[in-house]
Design a protein around this ligand. Structure first.
Ligand code: ZN
Ligand code: ZN
Length: 307
């Protein structure tokens, strides 16, 4: 490394850190992507906001703030209620009411349900609304629960290790296929059999996506099913060598911990594409891309960074 290069000069780096306008790793706009067959729009900066919007699932995963597109999706699945993952629920309810859509359905870890209801009620009072004017639907969930998102998709809840009560979600698509004995029947006949209560379809489940919000590396060791889906969202708050102790201390994951996990469990991650999010505001775009450039090519090919 050239120590005299201006970009890496220690004095320059520390003065950049002190400035409130130092460049951030993310320009502040969401990314629209298709990864492993799933269309989503996502945004994530640690401490500021994280959300992943998936129209096919009719769901937002975390909602640090609520863009217009987020409010069109009814289900809001919060991994935990730290403000950078949950503040958007207030606007979500408000926009859906403004558009005369059905009320927001907010899913939170069970221990956070009551306080979330209080927050929404308090906000309604702040806005001069009487109780019951705007529906409040907050569902508390525990590991092992299943949340139905639509006719085709459901989410299974699992335990996530973080500073406060947290959960993750594995989304499954239930595909249906007409049973072979009915494939040649005309539509009218199928309709008649349906009204008679006949089961016309075979069903098969396909894992679609796993969402982990903020988490320590422990969650990946504890929940092997995380990598059964072709698309997995994980956090990677810290990337710099100097921050290796920060991640376990604050309930987050460091890039080096992920790398060690990937190297020790190559089979578990073999059929998965991983989207990394929630990078700390202390990093510039260059710092993150430089850290990732040092990873083995095989690992990099499996990763997408939300920067
Ligand atoms: Zn966070
Ligand atoms: Zn958090």
């Amino acid at each position: 490394m050239d120590l005299d290069a201006p970009a890496t000069h220690p004095a320059r780096r520390s003065s950049m850190k002190r400035s409130p306008l130092h460049p951030l790793h993310n320009p502040g706009a969401p990314f629209a992507m298709n990864v492993a067959g799933v269309d989503f729009t996502a945004f994530s900066i640690s401490g500021l906001s994280t959300y992943v919007l998936v129209p096919d699932f009719d769901a937002c995963f975390d909602l640090g703030h609520c863009p217009v597109e987020g409010a069109r999706l009814r289900n809001v699945l919060l991994s935990h209620v730290h403000q950078d993952h949950s503040l958007g629920v207030i606007r979500h309810r408000s926009l859906r009411q403004m558009w005369s859509l059905s009320g927001s359905r907010i899913v939170v870890p069970e221990g956070s349900r009551e306080a979330m209801v209080e927050v929404l009620k308090a906000y309604d009072r702040l806005e001069g609304r009487h109780e019951g004017e705007r529906p409040i639907e907050v569902q508390g969930v525990r590991p092992g629960d299943r949340v139905t998102l639509s006719k085709r998709f459901f989410a299974d809840v699992f335990q996530v290790e973080h500073r406060i009560e947290s959960v993750g979600f594995i989304v499954t698509e239930r595909r249906r296929k007409l049973k072979p004995e009915y494939t040649d029947l005309p539509g009218v006949e199928l309709g008649r059999l349906r009204t008679e209560g006949k089961e016309l379809y075979d069903y098969r489940d396909h894992r679609a996506m796993t969402y982990v919000g903020d988490s320590t590396i422990e969650t990946l060791h504890n929940v092997p099913e995380i990598f059964d889906a072709p698309l997995v969202f994980l956090e990677c708050t810290h990337v710099a060598e100097r921050d290796q102790l920060a991640s376990p201390k604050y309930g987050h994951t460091h890039l080096f911990e992920l790398l060690r996990f990937f190297e020790r469990n190559p089979k578990r991650i073999a059929n998965t594409h991983i989207v990394l999010k929630h990078f700390s505001t202390k990093y510039t775009h260059g710092e993150i891309t430089q850290a990732f450039a040092k990873l083995p090519e095989r690992t990099r090919e499996q990763l997408t960074l939300l920067i």
